[in-house]
Design a protein around this ligand. Structure first.
Ligand code: HEC
Length: 113
């Protein structure tokens, strides 16, 4: 019984430390956004774009470095920001209005090094 109790105490102390070290990451929210963006990218975008955003995909061009303005225009309105020259001209890509709250996440993922 005594051994069991101290094991439980050690575990919860360990968990506490784990939570602390996560929280001490100064860039945590940015990392979270980029991780969410990566998930969306891998679930939705790689049907046509390359799994590696720096490479051209089967249908879509490379997306590495895509700006928030470009993502917003293309995903929500099927347009490009004023003066932007499309990497691959066309209107093949459907709109993704349901991702309107995740444009920032996608931008964070695509703009990371
Ligand atoms: C059904 C295929 C398809 C899917 C799925 C798709 N795209 Fe595209 N995308 C394209 C094609 C094709 C183009 C080239 C322009 C056109 O034909 O619409 C493109 C172009 C783009 C561009 C413009 C790039 C540039 O520099 O000109 C952006 C940004 C983009 N896609 C982002 C995304 C994101 C983010 C997702 C996932 C949420 C996504 N696309 C999912 C097919 C797709």
């Amino acid at each position: 019984m005594r051994a069991w109790l101290s094991l439980a105490a050690a575990c919860s102390a360990g968990l506490g430390c784990f939570a602390c070290s996560q929280g001490s990451n100064g860039d945590a929210s940015q990392a979270g956004a980029s991780q969410r963006g990566q998930k969306i990218y891998q679930n939705v975008c790689i049907a046509c774009h390359n799994a590696d955003p720096t490479q051209p995909g089967s249908l879509g061009p490379p997306l590495a470095g895509a700006s928030q303005a470009l993502l917003e225009a293309k995903l929500l309105r099927g347009e490009y920001p004023p003066g932007y020259t499309p990497a691959r001209p066309g209107q093949t890509m459907p709109r993704f209005e349901y991702l309107k709250d995740h444009i920032g996440d996608l931008a964070a993922y695509l703009q990371q090094d």
